[in-house]
Each structure stands twice: as C-alpha cells, then as structure tokens.
Design a protein around this ligand. Structure first.
Ligand code: C5P
Length: 235
C-alpha cells in the first residue's frame, strides 16, 4: 500500500486467539488497512507465524510486545524483531535509559514506539508502583527519556496527541489507540476519539481494534474508517 493511501494511517489490532482468525481478519480488511498489529495474545499463541501472515498479505507488521527488560535482553529481542522485518515494535519507557539506548541501537529499519504510561493506570495506581506526580507528569518524563535514548515513535492517547506534537515537533511519529468511529461501542476504553479528529490532532497512525474486529461486516467497517481518514487528510 502506498504511503499516500489513507489505509497507510490505519493499524488494525489482530486481537484474536489463533492464526485462522487472524488470517480471516487480514483477508477481510487488507484493502483498507496498511498495518496489522500483532499483540501479546496472538504472538503468545502462534509466534512469528502471525508476522508471516501479515507480510504474506503485503501489509506492515506492528509487533506490540511492550518490551521491558534489562538492556542486553532488550537489545537482543529488538534485533530479532528487526530481522523479521517488523515495521513497528513497542518498548516500555520505564525500562530505563540504558535499555532504551540498547534497543534503539539494534532496531535497524524497525521503528521503535515508546509506551509511556498505560492508559489503564490512573494516579492512584501509579502511586502504588512508586510513580508520583500523576499520569501526565510521568508520561512527559518517560517520553523525554525515550527521546534522549534516540526513539522517535510514541504511543499516546489521541487526547494528548496535540500536546505531545507541540513538545516533540514534526520529527515524532505518534501512534494513537482508543479510536472510535461515530456510533461505535466504546468498550473498556475511557478516552476515545473519532478517526478524523485524531488525524487533525496530529496522529500519524491510528490503532483500531474492536470497531473493525467486532463489526457485522469488517470489510465495510475498515473501508468506512479509511474513508473518514481520507476526508480528514484532504482538509
Ligand atoms: O479494540 P480497541 O480499538 O480498543 O483496541 C485497541 C488496541 O490498542 C488493543 O490492541 C490494545 O491493546 C491497544 N492499546 C490500547 N491502549 C494503549 C495501548 C495499546 O488500547 N494505551
């Protein structure tokens, strides 16, 4: 898929338990979706076969393993992902500067994406694990740490996207989950945004899961989101 195609701005989360279900979803949507996200559930179940299924469809693979380990292990794991031609790979900012630097040094053409604070953690939950000062503070601090380690990709709520873009500038690559087209079920996401609004807020890549996976017609749901992205890009 061409970089100017609206589908190149959409990553569909393959949050399914097995390879057959993943292949089915890829088949149904690959004309409107340029990137497929393989997360912990699918990767734990089937491993690199999930990456192969994405590549076989001619799409990019986003490996969402949220790595958080000692520097040597981070570096070696990132090198393995890069050798499988994964386009995007997530790492936790909280792994620390040395681990992030090591990861960055092994990434090759894989774009690392820093996860700062999980959106499931509120101020109370952060205090319990010793991160004081609130989620916004912690997210800013971890984003800066990742930037200093050489990372230029960040996962952010669409609601913080515009502020992060202001802070980090055009060089940053911003990825936003929590996307919901008008009328779709919010599910357990607390802070959602429509596709067009996320694009206008400066998002480079929108992560969409259930609005497509759980639609009666995933092909049509993906095409409709691509249409909304196209409209936003043309404005
Ligand atoms: O189904 P839904 O569109 O909410 O899926 C969002 C995807 O993005 C899921 O795979 C989820 O794990 C991931 N994600 C998220 N929020 C974050 C980081 C990742 O929802 N902060």
């Amino acid at each position: 898929m061409d970089d100017n195609d609206p589908g190149s701005r959409i990553a569909l989360a393959l949050d399914v338990p097995d390879l057959d279900a993943a292949k089915r979803l890829i088949d149904q949507t690959h004309e409107s979706v340029g990137t497929f996200k393989v997360g912990l559930e699918l990767y734990t179940a089937v491993g690199p076969a999930a990456i192969e299924a994405v590549h076989t469809a001619g799409a990019k693979c986003f490996l969402d393993l949220k790595l958080h380990d000692i520097p040597a292990t981070m570096g070696r794991s990132v090198a393995r992902a890069a050798s499988m031609d994964v386009a995007y790979l997530t790492v936790h900012g909280a792994a620390g500067l040395d681990a992030l630097r090591q990861a960055s040094g092994e990434a090759g053409s894989t774009q690392l994406l820093a996860v700062t604070v999980l959106t499931s953690l509120d101020a109370g939950a952060l205090e319990q694990i010793g991160l004081c000062g609130g989620p916004r503070n912690a997210a800013d601090r971890l984003a800066k740490l990742a930037w200093d380690a050489g990372l230029r990709g960040f996962v952010t709520s669409a609601h913080e996207c515009a502020a992060l873009r202001d802070t980090l500038g055009e060089e940053a690559f911003l990825v936003t989950p929590g996307i919901r087209p008008t009328g779709s079920d919010v599910g357990d996401q607390k802070r959602v945004m429509r596709p067009a609004d996320a694009i206008e807020a400066g998002a480079d890549l929108l992560v969409v899961g259930r609005p497509i996976r759980d639609a009666d017609d995933p092909t049509q749901a993906a095409a409709e989101i691509a249409r909304q992205v196209e409209l936003a890009l043309s404005q």
